[in-house]
Structure formats: structure tokens, C-alpha cells
Design a protein around this ligand. Structure first.
Ligand SMILES: *[C@@H]1O[C@H](CO)[C@@H](O)[C@H](O)[C@H]1NC(C)=O
Ligand SMILES: *[C@@H]1O[C@H](CO)[C@@H](O)[C@H](O)[C@H]1NC(C)=O
Length: 175
């Protein structure tokens, strides 16, 4: 009997060990970046590509689709000549008829520092006049493979006249 049981027991031990290693390898990373949505001037990083032909709401911009390639920086200021730590690439859509609430669908692509070459995918609802907006982190690449988590957005500055906005994003990523 014993020789037949032995290999099975070894297999169980190996599986338990692998599961323990996998659990230990999972970590939570917090990243804070500033997201700069530049709509004004000759080099906008957020451009409207579509809008509804008919809408009864001018205040919520319902139906507008904006494509972004917004710089992400460590500090709140977008300094001339500074290399961004990454970029937010994707779209946001005005998806509420009676509120200014956006459907965000973007990748945060890191291009400097320790996460250079890695990215996370963020998707969620962004009601822009709320103090804190929470969105889901639904995946990632590179060091963020298997990522899940959440992002919290807080407006840092909003230039009503120009339309430019700087938003603080705190990402909490399990990977
Ligand atoms: C626009 O339509 C929605 C949905 O039918 C309605 O709830 C809202 O009151 C309308 N807004 C205006 C400004 O007419
Ligand atoms: C990021 O990684 C790319 C590809 O390896 C490299 O070319 C680039 O110099 C790196 N950028 C920074 C700022 O480290």
C-alpha cells in the first residue's frame, strides 16, 4: 500500500506549496499620479471625435466621445520639457442624460520609473463634480499582469474657461 500512497502525498505537498507561493507573490501597489486633460491650445491631448446629432441636454454633453492621450505626472504641475511618468490613453464618453457623468475606458501606460513598460486598464463611471470618483481597475500588463483593484479620482484644478483639467488619481492595484 505505502508505495502507492507516497507519490500522491508528494503531489499534494507540491500543490499546496505552489498555492502558498502564489498567495505570497500577490501584492498591493499604490500609485499616485496626476492626469492632465488638455483640451485647449494648439496641442490638445483630449479631442472630441463624435457627438450626438440630437440631444435635449446641453449641460451633460450626452453622447460626446472624447479620445485622450493625456500625460501622467508624479507632481500636480505639467512642466514644459518634463518627461511624463506615463500616459492615459483611451476614451471617455458622456453617458448620462441629466448629469455630467463620463464612462471612462483607458489604459494607464507607464513609460518611466519602476513600472516603465507596464500598464493597467481602468474602466468606470466618473461623475466629474463629485469630490471622489471610484473606477475599477480591470486588468494589467507587465508587472501588473492579473491586476484588479480600484482607482480614486479627485479634481486638482479645473480651468472652466479653457476646459483643461488636472485630476489626482490614486490607484490601488492587486497583482
Ligand atoms: C431630456 O430627456 C430626459 C429623458 O427623457 C428627461 O428626463 C429630461 O428631463 C430631459 N431634459 C430636458 C432639458 O428636457
Ligand atoms: C522605458 O523603457 C523603454 C524600453 O525599455 C526605454 O527605451 C526607455 O528609455 C525607458 N524610459 C525611461 C524614462 O526609463
Amino acid at each position: 500500500m505505502a508505495p502507492a500512497v507516497q507519490p500522491r502525498l508528494q503531489l499534494v505537498v507540491v500543490i499546496v506549496a505552489i498555492a502558498a507561493l502564489a498567495a505570497a507573490a500577490e501584492t498591493t501597489t499604490h500609485i499616485k499620479v496626476y492626469w492632465h486633460d488638455v483640451v485647449s491650445g494648439p496641442n490638445p491631448t483630449a479631442v472630441q471625435v463624435a457627438r450626438a446629432a440630437v440631444t435635449n441636454s446641453s449641460s451633460s454633453f450626452f453622447g460626446a466621445v472624447i479620445v485622450i492621450d493625456d500625460p501622467l505626472t508624479e507632481g500636480p504641475d505639467l512642466k514644459k520639457g518634463e518627461t511624463p511618468v506615463g500616459r492615459a490613453q483611451g476614451t471617455y464618453i458622456s453617458a448620462s442624460m441629466d448629469k455630467l457623468a463620463l464612462f471612462m475606458n483607458m489604459n494607464f501606460v507607464f513609460q518611466a520609473g519602476r513600472y516603465n513598460g507596464s500598464s493597467v486598464a481602468i474602466m468606470g463611471r466618473n461623475e466629474v463634480f463629485y469630490a471622489v470618483r471610484e473606477m475599477a481597475i480591470i486588468g494589467g500588463t507587465g508587472v501588473f499582469r492579473w491586476a484588479r483593484g480600484y482607482a480614486q479620482a479627485r479634481t486638482h484644478t479645473f480651468n472652466v474657461k479653457a476646459g483643461d483639467a488636472t485630476v489626482e488619481y490614486n490607484l490601488y492595484i492587486k497583482h
